[in-house]
Design a protein. Structure first.
Length: 266
């Protein structure tokens, strides 16, 4: 029985079934679980740590390897960006106390509007997750800008997963520690929290320079800055639409909120 594939009954000669790819039967025990954890997450030559190491070194070449078919050692990019976004949200909410700082800020600026406080707190704590939801839109943008360079829309989704993963990782490594030491200074804390947005164009240039290493640097820089400009305009559009909806909400359900939206008297 142990030499037969449990999936298709084909004879297994080595570690995997040559017919369907099923791994050779092995009873699940303590060693099995520990091996799975090691090879899925901790093995230095494959899995999560391997992908993070490659990502820090060059996200563009890492994405190119994966898209070109060298995938056996890499953590799946969509799963990777989900994982990093979740870790980022946890650090932001639990360790940095972003929610509490934003709530205190909102109490001073917007009074007792529970709705606005919750909205600001959510968008601040879960920036990485909100950006993750925008990956299909980002992919459409980069696909249009790099349309002549030979990759389809779905490959651009993978590219943007790596871009977002690199962006999130940089934020956690560089920006979050600074924010941690500024927790007692809300103004400085909130100012530093805007830095990740400013590093986006550098991440885009860094990524595409690695991915399209054979292309002219000037062309990569122009396309990357154009992508950032479109992202920024899209973000601004979302803010404008959100503000309009917020005004409509305030007029109907929370009239007191209107006075907090008015510019201060000089």
């Amino acid at each position: 029985m142990e030499n037969s594939c449990p999936n298709c009954n084909h004879l297994i000669i080595e570690n995997f079934c040559s017919n369907c790819g099923q791994k050779k039967y092995k009873r699940i025990d303590k060693k099995y679980v520990l091996d799975e954890i090691q090879y899925t997450l901790l093995h230095t030559n494959k899995g999560l740590f391997y992908s993070l190491k490659k990502l820090i070194k060059s996200p563009g070449t890492t994405a190119k390897e994966y898209i070109d078919g060298n995938r056996v050692n890499h953590y799946k990019p969509i799963l990777l960006v989900f994982l990093l976004s979740g870790i980022s949200a946890f650090i932001s909410y639990k360790l940095l106390g972003f929610g509490e700082i934003i709530n205190d800020f909102n109490a001073q600026k917007y009074g007792n509007s529970e709705f606005l406080g919750d909205l600001m707190s959510f968008t601040s704590n879960y920036t990485a997750i909100l950006m993750l939801m925008m990956v299909p839109v980002f992919a459409l943008t980069t696909k249009l800008l790099y349309r002549k360079w030979g990759h389809n829309y779905y490959e651009h989704i993978v590219m943007n997963c790596y871009i977002l993963a690199a962006f999130t990782l940089i934020s956690m490594i560089i920006v979050y520690p600074i924010m941690f030491f500024l927790k007692d200074s809300p103004d400085s804390f909130l100012t530093i929290s805007q830095i990740p947005f400013l590093i986006v164009p550098f991440v885009l240039v860094w990524f595409f320079r690695g991915f399209y290493g054979e292309k002219p640097v000037k062309s990569i820089v122009l396309r990357s800055l154009s992508a950032f400009g479109i992202f920024a305009l899209g973000y601004l559009g979302i803010i404008i639409v959100g503000s309009i909806l917020l005004v409509i909400y305030a007029m109907i359900y929370d009239p007191e909120l209107i006075k907090y939206m008015q510019p201060p008297n000089k």
